[in-house]
Design a protein around this ligand. Sequence first.
Ligand code: NAD
Length: 469
Amino acid sequence: MSEAVYDVVIVGSGPGGYVAAVRAGQLGMRTAIVEAGPMGGVCLNVGCIPTKALLHSADLLDEVKEGKRFGVMVEGVSFDLAGAMKHKNAVVKASSDGVNFLMKKNKIEVVNGWATLTGRGQVHVKLNAGGERTLQAKHILVATGAQPRPFPGVPFDHTRVLSSTDALQLPAVPQSFMSIGAGAIGIEFASMYRAFGAEVTVVEALPRIVPNEDEEVSAELVKAFQRRGIKTMAGARVEGIDTSGEHIVVNVTGTDGKTTAITVEKLLVAIGILPNTKDIGLEAAGVTLDQRGFITTDGYMRAADGIYAVGDCVAATPWLAHKASAEGILAIEHLAGLHVTPIDYGKIAACTYCSPEIASVGLTEAKAKEQGYEVKVGKFPFSANGKARVLGQNRFGFIKIVADKQYDEILGVHMIGPRVTEMISEGGLALTHEATGESMLQTIHAHPTLYEAIGEAAHALVHGAAIHI
Ligand code: NAD
């Protein structure tokens, strides 16, 4: 019996692929999604969702330890990593089951197996259950994601030299923990394992930690981490990693030119990602990869005739789950012939769930200046925010708004502090709607809230000073 021709076959079920599948189902397309592993990709299984579940345990632990300050007496607080892992695993399972439910609801055929592009409109699948199938498709959407990049010459051994996936399933809290790399992954695990009780060091090659964030945010995080006892080394060079002994020895040269041998029990390598684009027939199908192996696409996510690509496997950044989902929807709507507009990659919010949290959208002050804007800045610290004081989280953090001096247009919003990952939506909305400082100021912010700090920063931006400081 000959196979049906699908309107679209999607390869990969992460937030790029499965969201695209849902949109295709909504538009009435005959859709199949091929997945070799569990549904939900890195994000749901070994990325965003499980890290945030463990980070919630970390936050709760920190908060309970401070209970006395709020009159909440909890005797003999201790931490059970196995319990935190159990919660994390349950959240992952519920999320992955949720994706399966969405596939059923939207009449998407799930094909469990390994996909290879074998010709125009043709996807060969080596089925997990044994055997094979060839799917015929009018369009193919590649959403194969990425994997952690190992340190050159030091492969992950998965027990001591860890990828982010390994760091999510340690059997016990290590006595000492180091992250090479101070991007989102390194910083989140550093924050988590410090809360769990490890001695933590973060080593970053660039001159500052969280180097994509505004400079003032990096500086504030250094202060907050210092207080929590997390050692940060920025502008540092890893000269060598010796794994021959019982513990790992990392030789790090600091900004002072001195090389120090640091001994650690567990070493996380969080220096970026490698795209999953090898040996799946992409080049033969006419897809172009850049030097690093990422798929190049046009603004509508077209990679070649009849082939779209989205998410971490494509060259466009930032490599974030919500960007992948937005690209997935765009690709499906474009191939369905709907009127769509390309994504504005400069207006995608980024969130890092360390303690204190970081969130940002748009241009940093330095980038805005680099782009030739005459910049004005409005800032407000959480130390002067009533709700932050109520929560006992007013020690660190601020909201910073960067705007164009001439037209008052908001160019970027940068936050560090309590629950800012939930507040950045206002910044995103401001950028999408080309808001001005004046219009942000006219948005009256409820009291008492943490996000009042945004209104205060807008006041400082427009009038040169906030009210409550
Ligand atoms: P990243 O690229 O964000 O950060 C890696 C860091 O490692 C960079 O700051 C880089 O300068 C540094 N580095 C590279 N080589 C080094 C070396 N030899 N020595 C010291 N430092 C070195 O990558 P990541 O943190 O591994 O995360 C991977 C991807 O996953 C990123 O795209 C990230 O945005 C995404 N992610 C996002 C979140 C989130 O949004 N909360 C969480 C986890 C991961």
